[in-house]
Design a binder for this molecule. Structure first.
Ligand code: ATR
Length: 273
């Protein structure tokens, strides 16, 4: 019988995950189907249980259910524990396993697709919500010289910084508000705020983008407000989050199927569309 997977969210109709996983299945000759489930906002757990009862093997979880998925998982990966959120569920006789592949997807996009080597670099991570939290551990594992966490609400960045301080090799993690960025410059600036969703750009002081730096928006959709602001502030390279989307999907596929699918042809297909 064909193994069943799906993405669950609300809304979910816009999701590119069914298309991405169908391409992965084709490229790796895996016999699986992958659908989309619109769960009512108060009905996430019921939707998951119904999917399991129908023989489902795994789910990707998107907005607004990543925290509920974390709570529902009976066992969780260390990276899910660090993120305090789950975007991938796997079902087996041992129950519900929760993982978080978002941060690994970000790092894979930066290193595999964009050719960055993060060791020894200066990284600025903007935001202190779920997206930033999920990125912290995978970024720290790349051993940057500095990871500076900046948020509109400085206290939230500081709290998150304190929480992850023990995971930062050589005390390379700093945190604070946007005002503290004056006079600083970075090799990589990652937007993990929700500002682009609202059509806004985070106000950054001049000089934040070092020569040759990359501006990266976790949101996808070409030239986001963050990326166009970055361009006018002199960021030499810019990338949206489409590669991260494909790479986090590949990490989920690996967890479920034991094979990491090729991502370059899938990313090229999505970019061409
Ligand atoms: P997510 O899970 O996507 O990270 P979240 O947990 O609601 O969403 O966090 C949203 C993040 O975007 C926060 O860091 C928020 O900053 P505050 O903590 O100050 O609220 C940030 N954010 C949202 N809109 C923003 C804007 N217009 N400018 C700058 N930061 C913004």
């Amino acid at each position: 019988m064909t193994d069943r997977y799906a993405v669950v969210g609300n809304p979910v109709a816009h999701s590119k995950s069914p298309r991405i996983h169908a391409a992965f299945a084709r490229l790796t000759n895996q016999d699986l189907s992958y659908g989309a489930i619109l769960a009512p906002r108060d009905g996430f757990a019921d939707a998951v249980r119904a999917f399991i009862a129908a023989g489902g093997r795994g789910l990707n979880v998107t907005v607004p259910f990543k925290l509920e998925a974390f709570a529902l998982a009976q066992r969780r990966s260390p990276r899910a524990e660090a993120a305090q959120a789950v975007n991938t569920l796997a079902f087996s006789g041992e129950g519900i396993f929760g993982d978080n592949t978002d941060g690994a997807g970000l790092v894979a996009d930066l290193t595999r697709n964009l050719g960055l080597s993060l060791a020894g670099t200066r990284i600025l991570l903007l935001g202190a919500g779920g997206a930033a939290r999920g990125a912290l551990l995978p970024l720290l594992e790349q051993r940057p010289a500095l990871l500076h966490l900046a948020n509109r609400t400085a206290d939230k960045a500081r709290a998150l910084g304190e929480e992850f301080a023990g995971r930062a090799a050589g005390g390379c993690l700093e945190s604070g508000g946007f005002a503290g960025l004056a006079g600083r410059s970075f090799d990589l600036v990652i937007n993990a705020t929700a500002a682009s969703l609202a059509g806004e750009a985070t106000p950054l002081p001049a000089g934040v983008f070092a020569p040759g730096s990359l501006a990266y928006d976790m949101m996808y959709g070409g030239e986001t407000p963050f990326l166009s602001a970055a361009r006018s502030q002199g960021a030499d390279r810019r990338a949206d989050g489409l590669g991260m989307l494909v790479e986090q999907a590949a990490e989920s596929f690996l967890l479920w199927r034991g094979v990491r699918p090729p991502t370059a042809p899938v990313l090229a297909e999505l970019r061409g569309a």
